[in-house]
Write a protein that binds this ligand. Structure first.
Ligand code: ADP
Ligand code: ZN
Ligand code: ZN
Length: 843
């Protein structure tokens, strides 16, 4: 030991001039990362996971994420310099970078495409970086010690909404201002943002307060009263202000001021009087930046006390988590899974970890968000597809800063910058909406969540009343844990399911348009008893197509191989694939006859007919067409919850996760179109849909009934739905999947070839399929075949299905082969303009 201590080390070499390079992820679909050189003076400032500005191509200046820093110059090009550093701390965490790489590999896309999907565009920016006050920082109130220079910056920011770095240099009259900005960011007094157009702009409220000297100087307020006595309107304003902001009790209250709109909360108080007071210098006006996510002040509700079944489920889950990373909670509809989740989230938070709670569609689960908000308050962030970009950026920052420890969100929430997850919940894990179809990355949030949990050492709880066959298989083989809840919470019973044979009813002249007499009578009965009804039809619009009675002409989309749906409200024909629409013609463009008939029916028609048949009932419709606006779905749900609406008609939106007390009847108007769908998952899907929509009935005490209208009640699936026999469904499905080689026994990749010319598309698909067969083997490649909808957005489609056995196949290698085959095809001159899309684990 002593020898070592006495040894004289040679002096260390100077390290400050090391030449460093950064590999960056540009938000572009580029096949590889680009390497840029870090200027010496930025050696300490460039961080992995932070954004830098670079020039790409001749003209473009872009921000990008640093993926790696090293000393290796690129071999085949001269590295350009990084132009600037945007972040002092990473905005993408280390586990996130790993996850993004996995997504790119697994789902066969580029890192740029992943980053593009992941980052809210407020964080993507390009031009100039700016700073602004942190939305939570209130310079008047917060007691953060600031240096003189820092205070100058804050003062300047109060005068101006935001400053560029050049502005900061001018304000301080110094060249090196970076450290002050950095320190202010650390103190959470400011944030950096990028401004292109409407990037992270803070939300501001207009406030007023008394001018300083009226509160600080003795007797000034009294004097003011005397002055204002003749001006009663202005005096009223002043009195109102003092009532709401009692500065005579505490002068400090004045800093906070009062929102202008609150000050005129009484009809006899006028805005113009405020303006006069501002002009006189009595009141001063100021803007306050507020959070887009106001802190909920309502008292925290304690979680409900778990029932014995729930407690048992929770204990089993925690027990299984000791050995397994993933557990499925298979609980019938209404078994009270949400409360079990809440308890587990509490548990995870107490351990100091972060929690992600995934839902298939937040629009439909406003109820769950409300419930979670009440328990977790300001710790809860919500990540939502209908949120503005600013709101998304705020959640992103909130996860980074630790403000949000629990996030409830839709599939894209898997991109958020967690670094310390301890629990992920994937509710309704069977839902197809977890899978993104288009554009790339074509990821499944359930699978991505599992990888995310793996990377961060977190546990994953999948929850469903109707698990995906693949999920249940993983439980059966012992890879994942399984916990079941077979009873509804409390006294509630699962509903009775009754089948109505519409073929027979038609024979007996007992069909009133799309309603059987039985269903109509049942609806009337429920309305009479002041109970509510949910009706499900899986098509929106008025009618899926129209046809001429004389010549059988059917209007088709000019871009896609589908018929146009008729939407009565807008009197339009619309394509549900590309959005094309035209006015409904008054007579047939082919033969001139005026007998255009609508065929089939959608939710709009059901709503229409109900209003005619049951004029006293309040009917509302919930589908894509009625929920376009940000809060419209919330309104529809609230109206139904409050009993304002008697009947709710909807597409699958009404099937998921909704919890209403008073619904005693659910009607499925046409079950057949769901069962007869050309897909290996058709049966599973139909079961899930029927059981889920049935699950909305009879959730609180009142017994529920479900009517299913079908032309063929003898089909096996109905027996399983009636008895909610998931085991039977599983046993049947898993055997079929094994026999015909479908997931979970194989992995599927769907390769779609697209081109505007039908021949070219077909020929390219044939050539590609041949190459794939050579590379992967005959058994592995099926097709090409022409899909049911063979033309979308003017492109003709051809599909090749690749089935890779689970065992003995190097997945990475196989995907590499597929990617190479596609590249090879792109090189052939005959197939210029052909586009090929690979979809891994298509749903
Ligand atoms: P699931 O998600 O399994 O379909 P929910 O979690 O929505 O079921 O619960 C069904 C109903 O039972 C809800 O109305 C819920 O408020 C109620 N509930 C569940 N657990 C409890 C509990 N421990 N105490 C009181 N009510 C509960
Ligand atoms: Zn015609
Ligand atoms: Zn179309």
């Amino acid at each position: 030991m002593s020898e070592l201590l006495n040894f004289n080390y040679p002096p260390e070499p100077a390290v400050d001039r090391v030449t460093l390079f950064a590999d960056v992820i540009l938000p572009l679909p580029l096949p590889k990362l680009y390497t840029y050189r870090i200027p010496f003076e930025m050696n300490d400032d460039v961080l992995v996971g932070a954004r830098v500005i670079v020039q790409f191509g001749a003209k473009r200046v872009l921000s990008c994420i640093v993926a790696d820093i090293h000393e290796q110059a690129p071999a085949d090009y001269q590295a350009k310099y990084i132009l600037d550093v945007l972040d002092d701390t990473p905005i993408v965490t280390a586990p996130q970078l790993k996850l993004f790489k996995w997504i790119a590999d697994y789902y066969m896309c580029t890192l740029g495409e992943v980053i593009n999907a992941a980052l809210p565009s407020a964080l993507k920016l390009s031009s100039e970086s700016r700073i602004q006050l942190h939305p939570h920082f209130n310079p008047e109130e917060d007691d953060i010690p600031l240096s003189t220079q820092e205070a100058k910056i804050i003062y300047a920011l109060q005068q101006n909404q935001h400053l560029t770095f050049t502005d900061v240099a001018n304000v301080l009259q110094v060249k090196s201002y970076h450290k002050y900005i950095k320190s202010l960011i650390q103190k959470e007094a400011i944030i950096i943002f990028e401004q292109v157009s409407d990037k992270f702009s803070p939300k501001v409220v207009k406030k007023v307060r008394l001018s300083e000297h009226f509160v600080q100087e003795e007797g000034m307020l009294e004097e003011l009263f005397e002055q204002l006595t003749p001006k009663t309107k202005q005096l009223d304003i002043l009195l109102n202000y003092l009532q709401q902001v009692p500065v005579h009790q505490d002068v400090n209250l004045n800093y906070k001021g009062l929102e202008k709109s609150v000050l005129t909360n009484n009809p006899h108080l006028s805005k113009s009087s405020i303006d006069s007071l501002i002009k006189k210098g009595v009141l001063e006006q100021f803007d306050q930046i507020i959070s887009r996510f106001p802190v909920d002040d309502s008292p925290r509700l304690l979680p409900m006390t778990l029932s014995e079944h729930q407690l048992q489920a929770k204990d089993e889950i925690l027990g299984l988590f000791k050995e397994k990373d993933t557990v499925l909670l298979h609980g019938v509809t209404g078994s009270g899974k949400t409360e079990v989740y809440i308890d587990l989230i509490k548990h995870a938070l107490e351990g100091g970890g972060q929690v992600l709670y995934l839902l298939p569609e937040i629009a439909l689960t406003a109820q769950i968000v409300t419930r979670l908000m009440k328990v977790f308050g300001e710790k809860l962030g919500v990540y939502h597809s209908k949120f503005s970009d600013n709101e998304r950026a705020e959640v992103w920052q909130g996860v980074l800063s630790g403000r949000f420890q629990v996030v409830v969100g839709v599939r894209s929430a898997v991109f958020l910058p967690f670094h310390n997850l301890s629990l992920i919940i994937v509710d309704e894990e069977h839902e197809a909406s977890y899978k993104q179809y288009d554009p790339a990355p074509r990821y499944n949030a359930r699978e991505t969540a599992l990888m995310m949990a793996h990377l961060q050492g977190a546990k994953t709880l999948l929850g469903s009343a109707t698990p995906a066959i693949e999920t249940y298989y993983n439980c059966q083989t012992g890879r994942w844990g399984l916990v079941s809840m077979t009873k509804r919470f409390g006294e509630a019973q699962l509903p009775d399911v009754e089948l109505i044979n519409t073929r027979e009813e038609q024979h007996r002249k007992n069909m009133h348009s799309h309603f059987s007499g039985k269903l109509l009578t049942a609806i009337e009965e429920r309305l009479h008893r002041h109970e509510q009804v949910i009706l499900f039809q899986n098509r929106r619009g008025y009618a899926p197509f129209i046809a001429c009675d004389e010549c059988s002409w059917i209007p088709k989309c000019r871009n896609c191989a589908v018929s146009l749906s008729y939407h009565k409200f807008s009197n339009e024909l619309r394509c549900h694939y590309c959005g094309y629409h035209e006015r409904m013609p008054s007579d047939c463009p082919a033969c001139g006859a005026t007998t255009l008939k609508s065929m089939g029916f959608g939710t709009e028609k059901i709503e229409d007919e109900l209003k005619l048949m049951l004029p006293k009932a309040e009917v509302q419709r919930m589908d894509l067409d009625t929920t376009k606006k940000k809060n419209s779905y919330q309104q529809i749900i609230a109206d139904f919850e409050n009993g304002k609406t008697n009947i709710l008609v909807g597409t699958q939106m009404v099937t998921k996760g909704l919890d209403f007390e008073n619904v005693s009847l659910v009607g499925i108007l046409n079950a057949d179109s769901i069962i007869h769908f050309p897909d290996f998952r058709a049966h599973e899907r139909a079961f899930q849909l029927f059981v889920q929509v049935s699950g909305r009935a009879g959730r609180k005490g009142k017994p529920g009934t479900v009517f299913i209208q079908t032309r063929d009640p003898m089909q096996a699936i109905f027996r399983k739905v009636k008895s909610v026999d998931y085991e039977a469904l599983y046993a049947h499905e898993i055997e079929e999947r094994m026999r015909f080689a479908y997931p979970p026994f194989v992995r599927m990749i769907r390769v779609t070839v697209k081109h505007a010319d039908e021949r070219t598309s077909e020929n390219a698909a044939i050539v590609l399929a041949k190459d794939l067969t050579d590379r992967l083997g005959k058994q592995q490649v099926l097709g090409p075949e022409i899909p049911y909808i063979f033309r979308i957005r003017n492109l003709f489609l051809n599909e090749i299905h690749i089935k890779l056995p689970r065992e003995n196949v190097n997945l990475r290698q196989a995907k590499g082969q597929i990617a190479q085959a596609i590249q090879q095809l792109y090189l052939l001159p005959d197939f210029k303009g052909v586009k090929v899309v690979a979809d891994v684990d298509p749903m």
